[in-house]
Design a binder for this molecule. Structure first.
Ligand code: SAM
Ligand code: DTB
Ligand code: SF4
Length: 351
């Protein structure tokens, strides 16, 4: 077992072994939650949740075969496909998101990778600039990007780029065969080099083993710096996809995944992402206790349902939690760039 006091300090480590992570994951739940909350509060306000809004700016018809995804052209899911939305529609949606309390706006596109330079990419860049101009944290998730695309996105004002590893390297091939784990790591490297923050996480409930969940966490722990943002999605089972008939996963696996992520990625914001529509208030509350500090707001994620704003507001009120007010650059981002060798000099900021 790694030294618990060390972990509780909230100083990032980048070298945890799979066995060490398993020992954390398997801790008795009260102890696990206590440790996760202790670490979380080293870097984040205890009762705040960042509210993000998603918009699918290009839906369906994707060339990739991700077995969970309603937008893959390989599966008949009846998704309401459309080409790239016009800039005005995107900006109106971002304005509404801001008015409804979101501080982060995430634009998703069902692309294997964004089209190289040309009118479509120019429109994406234009939309990013306008949304940034509204004072929102801009996040995009557009598929694989090369160095040049990453730089163009960063220049336009993208704050975070979402690209998930999804699961362990061992289970990955059971889920996607049209691009490799290494392709994903290469995109993450390009994003990092271009100076955007990294949003990278995965999915729970795809039929993976506990060891696969731990394997994903190990991969995330070995990224240096750690991703600033870590979405943990519960699989949304969509008819027509190969995972539609999967067994329900025990929700405590989701809770343990979140808690372990919070402990081994102490500076990262761990996000309770897809799958809340299927979760009870109590299950969501457990995820917050485990250290999750962000949700997606609105009736829809990209293509699947999400609890509406009223329901979320009621839940947060019941729990005494409130939205993070403003999007701002955080000194945590600087702290997170401390490498393993420097941790002896690293002073976590306590809010
Ligand atoms: N095409 C881009 C890509 O794959 O990076 C961006 C959009 S994709 C929808 C973003 C992420 O959403 C995926 O990596 C996956 O983790 C998550 N996701 C997609 N479908 C999901 C589902 N049915 N349930 C849970 N998470 C899902
Ligand atoms: C992520 O990890 N979770 C978000 C986001 N990245 C884009 C939402 C995924 C939703 C996928 C299901 C849908 O199509 O709605
Ligand atoms: Fe395409 Fe992304 Fe869906 Fe995979 S997850 S099929 S890359 S939209």
């Amino acid at each position: 077992m790694p030294n618990l006091q060390d972990l509780a300090s909230g100083n990032p480590r980048f070298d945890l072994t799979r066995d060490e992570i398993r020992e954390i994951y398997d801790m008795p739940l009260p102890q696990l939650i206590h440790l996760a909350q202790t670490v979380h509060q080293k870097h984040y306000a205890a009762n705040e949740v960042q509210i993000s809004t998603l918009l699918s700016i290009k839906t369906g018809g994707c060339k990739e075969n991700c077995a969970y995804c309603p937008q893959s052209a390989h599966y008949a899911t009846g998704v309401d496909a459309h080409g790239l939305l016009d800039t005005k529609t995107i900006v109106e949606s971002a304005k509404a998101a801001k008015a409804n309390g979101s501080s982060r706006f995430c634009m998703g596109a069902a692309w294997r990778s964004p089209p190289k330079k040309g009118p479509q990419f120019d429109r994406v860049i234009e939309a990013i600039k306008e949304v940034r101009g509204l004072g929102l944290e801009v996040c995009t998730t557009l598929g694989m990007v090369d160095e040049e695309q990453a730089e163009q996105l960063a220049d336009a004002g993208v704050y975070a780029y979402n690209h998930n590893l999804d699961t362990s390297p061992e289970f990955y091939g059971d889920i996607i065969s049209t691009r490799t784990y290494q392709d994903r790591l290469d995109t993450l490297e390009n994003v990092r080099r271009a100076g955007m923050t990294v949003c990278c996480g995965g999915i729970v409930g795809m039929g993976e083993s506990t060891d696969d969940r731990i394997g994903l966490l190990e991969q995330l722990n070995h990224l240096s710096p750690h991703p600033e943002s870590v979405p943990v999605n519960l699989l949304v089972k969509v008819a027509g996809t190969p995972l539609a008939e999967n067994d329900e996963i025990d929700i405590f696996e989701m809770v343990r995944t979140i808690a372990t992520a919070c402990i081994i990625l102490p500076v990262s914001r761990v996000r309770l992402s897809a799958g809340r529509e299927q979760m009870s208030d109590e299950a969501q509350a457990l995820c917050f206790l485990a250290g999750a500090s962000s949700i997606f707001s609105g009736d829809k994620l990209l293509t699947t349902p999400n609890p509406g704003q009223d329901k979320d507001q009621q839940l947060l009120e019941k729990l005494g939690m409130s939205p993070v007010k403003e999007a701002k650059e955080s000194p945590r981002m600087l702290a997170n760039s401390v490498t393993n060798r420097d941790t002896a000099h690293y002073e976590p900021s306590i809010q």
